[in-house]
Write a protein that binds this ligand. Structure first.
Ligand SMILES: *Cc1c(COP(=O)(O)O)cnc(C)c1O
Length: 358
């Protein structure tokens, strides 16, 4: 019989070194850690989806869903591929084009995690002090390493800002590989995003997701690109990657355009209130956001994180990757108010304690 060590030795080197993605479920009454929408849309349509013949495989091409998406995105269905979340499409892109994979840091962790599981080389280029792309360093890295893939999340997770679009355009022009503009948070941003540029740049891929606008549970995202790229990605995608319930639900869910738009508006206006509230708490540095979350810096991130948790409020602690930083997702008005109040008390207590100790 094989022992544990022998089993582990069977595992590929690059996998053995990794740790499973920890998305621990922490029970608490106010959940502001996952960049989900705080508003559940009507799910009456799910009943209809449940009447689907589940003995049959889903539509392998997600035709109805791609048609619905194409109306929103203003592109033809042959420029769209759907995935089990956009995470799956990041994986398809890396499997299709390979590395080196280049991205700024800090950014969305899946670019590096998936590259490493697929044993592709990663190159992380630090953002500048404003969390914007470092134009010179990015262009140098493109010249030197000739990345097959470049991932740019704009607005960027976890910093919240949009990258300068003229630098993004320079990168697209300079790259001999594919440039993926990940627009997971574009619905919350003030600009229009890169969808209109697809026709000008054959090497541009845009990622979008339904996860941040009210449908995280459906696990549905899509990539938009030239039909040539979509055709290649379709070779790598598993045949029935988006299940019937998600396809049917997403088609119906996307039709609730008025509510989706209204909820986005509410989140954006709450984001501004949350931002102002954070700015008014002394000892906290708050970074401007075009997304549905805000990054902020404190003197003692771990203590703030655990004290919030004691009060039933869960946010994201990023201090191990960005010194002193925490990320809070915009919640409902009530949740944001509770968060600001708790944070105000916690930081006040801490500075009193610091004074005593000094
Ligand atoms: C959340 C997120 C995604 C992944 O979303 P899915 O739920 O897999 O569709 C992709 N990119 C960024 C930057 C994200 O923050």
């Amino acid at each position: 019989m094989m022992n544990e060590k022998q089993l582990k030795n069977l595992v590929k080197n690059n996998i053995r070194q990794l740790k499973p993605y920890s998305a621990k479920e922490i029970k608490c009454s106010i959940k502001l850690d996952g960049n989900e929408s705080p508003y559940a849309l009507s799910s009456a349509f799910v009943k209809k989806a449940l009447s689907l013949p589940l003995n049959r495989y889903p539509d392998p091409e997600a035709k109805a869903l791609r048609k619905e998406i194409s109306k929103d995105a203003g592109i033809t269905p042959d420029m769209i591929i759907c995935g089990n979340g956009s995470d799956e499409l990041i994986s398809c892109l890396i499997a299709t084009f390979g590395g080196p994979v280049l991205y700024p840091v800090p950014t969305f962790s899946m670019y590096s995690i998936i590259s490493r599981t697929l044993d592709e080389e990663c190159i992380g280029i630090p953002l500048n002090a404003e969390f914007d792309l470092d134009e010179d360093k990015m262009l140098q890295a493109i010249k030197k390493s000739r990345p097959k893939l470049i991932f740019l999340s704009t607005p960027n997770n976890p910093t919240g800002n949009c990258f300068s679009s003229d630098v993004i355009l320079k990168i697209i022009r300079a790259s001999k590989g594919i440039v993926v503009v990940d627009e997971a948070y574009q619905p919350f941003a003030s600009d229009r995003g890169f969808m209109p540029m697809l026709k000008d740049f054959p090497n541009l891929v845009i990622l979008r997701t339904l996860s941040k606008i009210g449908f995280a549970g459906l696990r549905t995202g899509y990539a938009a690109a030239s039909p040539v790229i979509i055709n290649e990605l379709n070779k790598v995608r598993l045949p029935y990657n988006v299940n019937s319930l998600s396809q049917a639900s997403a088609v119906e869910g996307l039709k609730q355009k008025k509510e989706i738009r209204l909820n986005i508006k509410k989140i954006v206006s709450e984001r501004e209130r949350l931002f102002n509230g954070l700015c008014s708490i002394s000892g906290i540095e708050t970074f401007p956001s075009e997304a549905n979350f805000i990054l902020f810096k404190t003197r003692s991130a771990d203590a703030v994180y655990s004290n919030l948790l004691k009060r039933g409020i869960l946010i994201k602690n990023l201090s191990s990757s960005i010194k002193g930083c925490l990320r809070v997702t915009v919640g409902t008005e009530k949740e944001n108010t509770a968060f600001l109040k708790a944070l105000g008390i916690i930081t006040k207590n801490q500075s009193a304690k610091n004074r005593q100790e000094a």
